[in-house]
Design a binder for this molecule. Structure first.
Ligand code: C2O
Ligand code: CU
Length: 544
């Protein structure tokens, strides 16, 4: 299959070379090493301001991506009607895509394809951020396994504000291996993007440091580098603290709207869940206590279904569930909930929300309902889930060049800036520890021990590595944090390929990473976006 396809691409390339179109193709793709063929899919994404009705009354001013299909299958671009999110992009593994980002925002932006294995200049590093009015042409071949990936802005210091304003969408990859499984598809394949927002009295998003003249629009104050920017000054100390600790909203949104009961047919369903929140971590469970059946995570399908009483989902993580509504009574209801858990060592008391500029609200680790389903009254058509999904080779740390001595990376906090091992983000810099060799594997350990943190306080971090999918080798927690850890530890899904991993207070998580195909400068960072924007992000350099 693959060979046929490559041959076809080659033949197309030869045909093109003999036509005048080749001139365009060569000029247009000079920046990448991809073969100069027409892409299978060509889209435009316009990042722009808009308005959507989210709550009764005044519509909410948002920023969003408007998609336009220029070439390829019409089903590749799915708008989410009435939502600021999206569009949902559907591709097949092996397809060549071209996506033009057009920046119609009043500030710089760039798109990162979260979880995708692409060259460094296609990855949306903040060094490639484009000015208002400018365009960035992405061209890459989709090499990832079938799974639920996503995209969002990544300009340094403004990622949190831009995502909060609405910019994010899902990027769903399919392949033959997945298709052969006959998993629920069409209306039985449901994507749920879970986020939280605060609204003001006029239904506008409230973001710390936002411009009070137009609360829906993020202000120009920056969090990274210029902590004392205009927005921060206006918001004062409380706002600055909130920004550094992370932004939580009282209102849970699913697919960009207030969660409404969703009618489903009496058949098996596949649920693709993305935690698209800026900072909030989820502890997902069924309201009736039945176990979740997990079939996929960040990097696609697991080797087989995994039952869990609950699943932890940190910002940017994805999980795919299989649920058979065909075995439930017509007219009955069941809800996905987020259960209570202990979010941080000393978050509750000393670092109360008052000090963080917010009163009351829904703290991290509080319980709430996410999405309610009502089973319709059609005929029951229960299904069977295959016990073998997509094979995953066992992770072998002995293949790593530093198997005996893992590299240790610790989130740290200095003078009101986050960092990793004491160093904040540096646009083009990577230390020796952060330099790796193309074609090798390494073991990295993320260690969250609150060292150098504000008043010794540890909080959870959602560590993400760009450009690859890694494996989780092991987890360990310090005795001091064992009690809080026990409220989350049965909910990790570490079996499959991952690009983001929750590291709880007092925890050490070991990963196996393979640096293949692409040399260059890539990011790794905390995906709690306010941590990232205020310095908890660094580069790693892959040397050829
Ligand atoms: Cu989804 Cu660097 O991020
Ligand atoms: Cu963090």
């Amino acid at each position: 299959m693959d060979i046929d396809r490559r041959e076809l691409l080659l033949r197309t390339a030869c045909a093109l070379a003999a036509t005048p179109g080749a001139v365009w193709a060569q000029a247009g793709t000079a920046r990448t090493a991809e073969p100069p063929t027409q892409p299978d899919l060509h889209l435009e994404l316009h990042a722009e301001a808009g308005e959507v009705p989210i709550r009764p009354g005044t519509p909410t001013r948002v920023w969003r991506y408007r998609g336009r299909l220029l070439r390829g299958d019409a089903g590749a671009l799915e708008t989410m009607p009435g939502s600021y999110l999206g569009p949902l992009i559907r591709v097949r593994r092996g397809q060549r895509v071209r996506i033009d980002l057009i920046n119609a925002l009043p500030e710089s932006t760039i798109i990162h394809w979260h979880g995708l294995h692409v060259p460094d200049d296609m990855d949306g590093h903040p060094r490639f951020a484009i000015a208002p009015g400018a365009r960035y042409a992405y061209e890459f071949t989709v090499r990832n396994r079938a799974g639920s990936y996503w995209f969002h802005p990544h300009p340094h210091g403004r990622t949190g504000a831009q995502v909060y304003a609405g910019l994010a969408g899902l990027f769903v990859v399919g392949d033959d291996e997945e298709a052969a499984l006959g998993l629920p598809a069409g209306a039985q394949d449901i994507a749920l993007v879970i986020q939280d927002r605060d609204f003001d009295g006029d239904n506008q998003f409230v973001y710390p440091g936002g411009d009070s003249g137009s609360p829906g629009m993020p202000g120009r104050g920056t969090m990274g580098g210029g902590m004392m920017g205009r927005g921060m000054m206006r918001g004062g100390m409380g706002s600055m603290m909130a920004a550094m600790m992370g932004v939580l909203g009282d209102q849970i949104l699913v697919n960009g709207g207030a969660p409404a009961v969703r009618e489903v047919s009496r058949r098996p369903h596949r649920l693709r869940l993305l935690n698209g929140a800026n900072t909030r971590t989820l502890k997902l469970a069924w309201s009736d206590g039945s176990p979740l059946t997990v079939i996929g995570s960040d990097g696609g399908l697991l080797s087989g279904p995994v039952p869990r009483d609950y699943v932890m989902l940190a910002p940017a993580e994805r999980v795919e569930l299989w649920v058979d509504f065909g075995r439930r009574d017509a007219g009955s209801e069941v809800a996905l909930r987020s259960l209570a858990f202990e979010a941080g060592a000393d978050m509750g008391g000393m670092m109360g929300r008052g000090m963080m500029g917010r009163q009351g609200g829904l703290p991290d680790g509080a319980a709430f309902e996410v999405q309610r389903f009502r089973i319709d009254s059609g005929p029951a058509q229960p299904g069977v889930l295959p016990q073998a999904l997509a094979p995953i080779t066992p992770a072998d740390p002995r293949e790593a060049v530093n198997a005996a001595q893992p590299k240790v990376f610790q989130p740290t906090m200095g003078m009101m800036v986050w960092g990793i091992n004491g160093e904040s983000f540096d646009m083009l810099g990577a230390s020796e520890l952060e330099t790796v060799k193309l074609g090798t594997q390494e073991v990295w350990e993320f260690r969250n021990e609150g060292r150098g943190s504000m008043m010794g306080m540890a909080m959870p971090h959602s560590m993400h590595v760009h450009g690859l999918q890694f494996r989780v080798l092991s987890r360990a927690v310090s005795r001091r944090h064992a009690d809080g850890y026990a409220t989350v530890s049965a909910g990790f899904v570490d079996d499959g390929w991952k690009d983001t991993v929750l590291v709880m207070p007092g925890e050490r998580v070991r990963l196996l990473l393979r640096f293949e195909d692409y040399a260059g400068l890539f990011l790794y960072h905390c995906h709690m976006l306010e941590h990232e924007d205020s310095g908890l992000m660094r580069n790693y350099l892959v040397k050829a």
